[in-house]
Design a protein around this ligand. Sequence first.
Ligand SMILES: Nc1ncnc2c1ncn2[C@@H]1O[C@H](COP(=O)(O)OP(=O)(O)OP(=O)(O)O)[C@@H](O)[C@H]1O
Ligand SMILES: [Mg+2]
Length: 361
Amino acid sequence: MAEIRIDTVRKVFGKFTALKDVSLTVHDREFMVLLGPSGCGKTTLLRCIAGLEYPQRGRIYIGGRDVTDEPPRRRQIAMVFQSYAVFPHLTVYENIAFGLRMQKKRDDEVKRRVGRSADLMQISHLLERYPAQLSGGQRQRVAVARALVMEPAVLLMDEPLSNLDALLRLQARAELKRLLQEVQTTTVYVTHDQIEALSMGDRIAVMQQGEIVQVDQPTRVYDDPMNTFVGGFIGSPPMNFLKGALRGANGASAVSVGGQTLQVPLRLTTPPQGDVLLGIRAENIEAYRQPTPGSLPARVLVVEPLGSHLLLTVQVGEEVAKVATRTDFPVAPDETIYLQPEPGKIRLYDSQTKLLLGASA
Ligand SMILES: Nc1ncnc2c1ncn2[C@@H]1O[C@H](COP(=O)(O)OP(=O)(O)OP(=O)(O)O)[C@@H](O)[C@H]1O
Ligand SMILES: [Mg+2]
């Protein structure tokens, strides 16, 4: 059992609070992704789990044991850093064996464990090579093998794919996901790449300015962002947020947007009245050439053919939104089209707090 429990951890650097009383539980064998923009505290949180930073407040438990006051080597963790720093003068074999040699393990045990971990990462045929003779993706797998060989209870990875070019990153992502599924070690994986987070994580913890704002399965984070920050950060393009006003009671609420009224069936016990933000993703808006009942007229500003779909930038009332359509949708800039958001996909946000008010029914 290697559950990680982070309990109200605060980390302050001088006058700057990098972690504002963060709490998070990572289940045994779970693959948890920490996602957020640069400077939000991802590395700092990972370093606190590793024991490389000491929090001013809060406790950290690994496998039920309070490790807050324990040094890194007593925490049964292994960490893969962003600059995965393999030793250039050592072969792949000796790179992977390094930690075991430090622990003065016997040769036969080193051989057995290096062999197994190289097998897992599918680099057994590369053991005699030097890092300079490897591709970026292979070097990255050496770094992971070097961590796994320590048989850690917890694997911590800080942007391990960020040194790779876009195509290699895509391959390495799928490969790493498959390999780590076999290992079944509790993993905390840091990235600022939302696609990586969506594709790899069992759950995603989204961070914003030293706080965790949402912890959920990828589909939940994508479909029901807790606030407009999460909806804007996850997904490409970001979720649209249109200013609107809410009227009507539960079950039959109407939101007026850009002078048009949309019926939004809401599941709220106390529906708020007044200003709201209507959140809707580009692919959840149907576009028509002719007006349909209750549709929003929009002026097309930009048409971008993206291969699998067209991405339209449109003006709705005072606001700009993104709409995805089929590639055969006939449309040109300056034309007027009519938009129909899928009722089940509309999310309403408080215009002040930016928090999710509730999902439509
Ligand atoms: N040793 C330090 N001294 C002072 N400030 C620090 C220190 N380490 C981190 N910080 C600050 O804490 C904040 C969080 O840093 P952190 O490295 O955790 O961000 P991050 O989310 O990992 O960002 P990135 O995606 O750029 O790696 C930043 O504003 C950073 O400048
Ligand atoms: Mg970082």
